[in-house]
Design a protein around this ligand. Structure first.
Ligand code: GDP
Length: 430
């Protein structure tokens, strides 16, 4: 196994930079860079770092040695905490490159080794990636839970139960003895049914984990000139959309990212829905409709001088804009004025109630990727077949397929082809 190194903190000027080295030559690399023995395991030691050939000083900083297997990767790891100057980091990376048996790490290489050494399962690897990508607090909470193994433990627990059922079925095949056909499913049926209902409940989550991970899509819809762009600007607190009093100027889908109660929201202002004249505008309307269809939540806007709530469906938030012009706010709608700011608190509160509570990080481990959902659906289908009973051989085969589908989610079985996809999104030094 080669020894790899990389800058693990972000590149660029900073107070501190952390370099990580992992592999059999990690300790030797640290000795070469300090001219002395490695510090006590897991204890930070102040060291003067030197060029291994010229012995010229490079920097002063902290060195930490994590002997295998108690390290992030499961291999010998050393961390160098240097000053985060470009020249300092450049000199240290150059020195590491010149040491025998060391090479620069590929993106995700440290985490991949952690997975291969059994330090993290695949759901934990994905949780780690999500934690680094998390922009809001609810995303962070969800990612941390997954990185700490909540999802992996749930799936491994189910898999262990399946493996026990499989052992029963196989015993029946090997030692059929006096038992009559049908006994096997009488014995296993209740547990199969129980597993099926637990998996079904887990799948029936309204995609909340996936939505929180990707951001909640909120579409602002309504006819032209009701003030959709003006409202988006108000909500975004900055001039994100072009506001114009000429109908049909919002030709495309404009969006802003908001943090609503810790939940990431993509608020999209769509082109005014109306009979479009030009081709460009028609395209804008088409996109607006597609966007509104996909949205997790819609804000339907009307104004006293334009539009009504004909478009609104159950679950939409209805907003009557331009209340500064007078007119009555219909029951069930929120009256606002993008111009004066009146009613915006109520609108924000409604958004927070709908978005914040529906998508905040769940107490229970939740599905966060389509990959999980597919594996679970496959497992559930195999369990349904097994539950129908029949030949012990067939029951055993379906139980085996069900267990394998779960094992692929956590990375316990044949996932070689998945690994490149999962680790591709990691950056260098992770
Ligand atoms: P959109 O076509 O629905 O995106 O509407 P715009 O945001 O472009 O606004 C259309 C026109 O209505 C512009 O002239 C805005 O200045 C005006 N407008 C927007 N909100 C209000 C409001 O709350 N009160 C009043 N009086 N005018 C508004």
């Amino acid at each position: 196994m080669e020894t790899i190194y990389a800058l693990s903190s972000a590149s660029g000027r900073a107070g501190v930079a952390v370099l990580r080295v992992s592999g059999p030559r990690a300790a030797a690399a640290l000795e070469a860079l300090t001219g002395q023995g490695v510090p006590r395991p897991r204890m930070a030691a102040l060291r003067r770092f030197i060029d291994p050939e010229t012995k010229a000083p490079l920097d002063r900083g902290l060195a930490i040695f994590f002997p295998a297997p108690a390290s992030f990767t499961g291999e010998d790891v050393v961390e160098l905490h240097l000053h985060g100057g470009r020249a300092v980091v450049g000199a240290a990376l150059d020195a590491l490159a010149r040491l025998p048996g060391l090479r620069a790490a590929d993106p995700g290489a440290f985490t991949r080794r952690a997975f291969e050494n059994g330090k993290l399962d695949l759901t934990e690897v994905e949780g780690l990636a999500d934690l680094i990508d998390a922009e809001t607090q609810a995303q962070r909470a969800q990612a941390l839970r997954q990185m700490e193994g909540a999802l992996g433990q749930l799936y491994e627990g189910w898999r262990a139960r399946l493996v026990r059922l499989l052992a029963y079925a196989e015993a029946e095949i090997d030692f059929p003895d006096e038992e009559v056909p049908g006994d096997l499913i009488a014995k296993l049926g209740p547990e199969i049914g129980q597993l099926r209902s637990e998996i079904a409940a887990h799948l029936d989550d309204g995609r909340r984990g996936e939505i929180l991970r990707g951001g909640v899509e909120v579409a602002i819809v309504g006819p032209p000139n009701v003030g959709k762009s003006s409202l988006l600007n108000r909500l975004a607190g900055r001039e994100a959309a072009i506001v114009s009093d000429e109908a049909g100027t919002t030709r495309d889908v404009l969006e802003v990212r908001l943090d609503i109660g810790g939940v990431p929201v993509t608020l999209a202002d769509t082109a005014g829905l109306r009979e479009a004249a030009g081709a460009i505008e028609r395209e804008g309307v088409r996109r607006a409709l597609a966007r509104a269809e996909r949205a997790d939540l819609r804000l339907v806007i009307a104004a006293p001088d334009a539009g009504d709530f004909a478009l609104a469906r159950d679950g939409d938030i209805r907003v009557l804009n331009k209340i500064d012009l007078g007119g009555n706010v219909p029951a069930g709608a929120i009256g606002v004025s993008a111009m004066t700011g009146a009613g915006l608190d109520a609108l924000e509160a409604a958004l927070t109630a709908r978005v914040g509570s529906a998508y905040e990080a769940s107490e229970h481990p939740v599905i966060t990727r389509a990959r999980h959902r597919e594996g679970l659906a496959e497992c559930a289908a195999a369990l349904a077949r097994a539950g129908e009973g029949g030949d012990a051989d067939l029951i055993a085969e379906d139980l085996r397929l069900a267990a394998r589908a779960l094992g692929r989610i956590t990375g316990r079985v044949d996932v070689e082809e998945l690994l490149d996809v999962i680790f591709r999104d990691f950056c260098i030094g992770k």
